[in-house]
Design a protein around this ligand. Structure first.
Ligand code: AOS
Ligand code: ZN
Ligand code: ZN
Ligand code: ZN
Length: 430
């Protein structure tokens, strides 16, 4: 989508400066016993999936303010995703969401993806809202879906998930992410234990339908849309459910779905130890499920999450292969700019975690040298790995400065001429 020559020309102007910064960092890391090339190669191999819903402007329950050139359908969304991948080489896969992504021809979608250099990641089901246009959905999810008291609603929700697996298969996906809005708004409204049992039973049916090699991701969330209790509200419920559902069931950690002040990196360590860490929805937050850009509020927390991931990888935990996705809502920025920036921030956290001096950290932990242990992490976190990220992009034919090349390309202006202006207004929540 972005002219290779444009990227190459921009890179050529910045190459000498990048080289100088990279060499300086190489010397610094070398003194610390870290080979920069090893880190750059790991970053080059790193990818985080872009959510199809992320390239449209998000909103709150109060209002949505669409920008120019909003994607009209999944094919427009794919093109926007390809822009992000062309410029960052960090987002090779797209995560679809049904029925938000209306696709008549899945084979055609797969081909379009391939032509744009994109593959497909976990598919997402949606039983948190009704599907009035779909004759397969006559029943309402107002009082829940997979955990609903009415077996007919549960069955409808199971069938929707089975359909999502079918659709995902056609584009080469190998995981289904299930986030449900099921819960209650009043004490007494729902029976906690029975609702959980019904959820597990429904998910066992979905699990039974998984093709060979597929994973089922359970995404927990403490609140919203239910404001008193949520059926899969935290990692404890998520892990209990995953263990009861079956071997392919894994827990997905969305960074915004926890109680305030919860130690998310520790949850990551626990789920990895249990062999049930499925993947992530990266975003950032200040108050709740704010869905702000990854790394924009608390980059240290993002680093600490990756510190656990790199540690788990190094310890060779069996079956450890978490899926990485962004899940953000862009309310006031151009979604392409936010997603490019966020993908780079996630890669930054990974690179910083890779340069942690783990032998020293082990020693300081064993010796209970608190200050030096803490400093070992801080030293990696405060190292500016920007030249590594830029070099990794340049070597893959992407941009040293993706944002500058994107703005100079005029992409948004061009698509705004083709895509009709979207109406704003109130009340788009997700
Ligand atoms: C909702 O809060 C979750 O983060 C889900 O991942 C959801 O499917 C996604 O955010 C799209 O709304
Ligand atoms: Zn109010
Ligand atoms: Zn999410
Ligand atoms: Zn969320």
């Amino acid at each position: 989508m972005i002219d290779q020559n444009r990227i190459a020309a921009a890179n050529a102007r910045q190459e000498a400066d990048l080289r100088a910064d990279y060499d300086a960092l190489a010397h610094q890391l070398d003194r610390r016993g870290v080979n920069i090339e090893r880190i750059t190669e790991a970053v080059m191999a790193f990818g985080v999936a872009v959510p199809s819903w992320g390239v449209g402007t998000g909103g709150t329950r109060f209002a949505r303010f669409p920008g120019p050139g909003e994607p009209r359908h999944i094919f427009d969304k794919l093109e926007d995703c390809a822009v992000i991948q062309d410029l960052t080489a960090t987002t090779p896969r797209v995560s679809l969401h049904f029925p938000w992504d209306q696709v008549e021809d899945m084979d055609g979608l797969f081909e379009s993806g391939r032509a744009l250099g994109l593959a497909f990641d976990a598919v997402n089901s949606n039983t948190f809202q009704d599907h009035p246009a779909d004759p397969r959905h006559p029943l309402s999810y107002k009082f829940g879906s997979l955990s609903h008291t009415d077996p007919a609603v549960r069955q409808q929700a199971v069938e929707h998930n089975v359909l999502c697996i079918e659709l995902g298969r056609k584009v080469g996906a190998n995981a289904l992410t299930v986030w449900i809005g099921d819960g209650s708004n009043f004490p007494g409204q729902a029976h906690f234990a029975r609702a959980f049992e019904r959820y597990v039973e429904s998910m066992q049916a979905v699990h039974g339908d998984l093709p060979e090699g597929w994973k089922l991701f359970l995404e927990h969330k403490i609140h919203e849309p239910a404001f008193y209790s949520t059926v899969i509200q935290d990692w404890g419920s998520s892990l209990m459910a995953a263990q009861a559902i079956g071997p392919a069931a894994h827990c997905l950690v969305d960074l915004g779905h926890h109680a305030p002040n919860v130690n998310i990196e520790m949850i990551v360590a626990r789920l990895a130890a249990a062999g049930r860490l499925g993947g992530f929805h990266f975003n950032d937050s200040k108050y709740g499920d704010d869905d702000l850009d990854a790394g924009s509020i608390d980059p240290f927390r993002l680093f600490l999450v990756f510190n656990e991931l790199v540690d788990a990888e190094r310890r060779g935990l069996a079956g450890f292969a978490p899926a990485y996705m962004l899940d953000q809502s862009h309310n006031v920025t151009d979604p392409i700019e936010s997603l490019m920036t966020s993908a780079i921030e996630v890669a930054r956290a990974y690179a910083q975690a890779l340069i942690v001096d783990r032998a020293s950290l082990d020693q300081h932990q064993e010796a209970n040298d608190v200050m030096l242990a803490a400093q070992t992490l801080k030293r990696a976190f405060t190292t500016d790995v920007t030249p590594i990220l830029a070099m990794a992009r340049a070597r893959k034919g992407a941009a040293i400065d993706p944002l500058a090349v994107y703005r100079a390309s005029g992409y948004r202006r061009q698509v705004a001429e083709i895509r009709p202006a979207a109406k704003g207004g109130g009340g788009g929540i997700v």
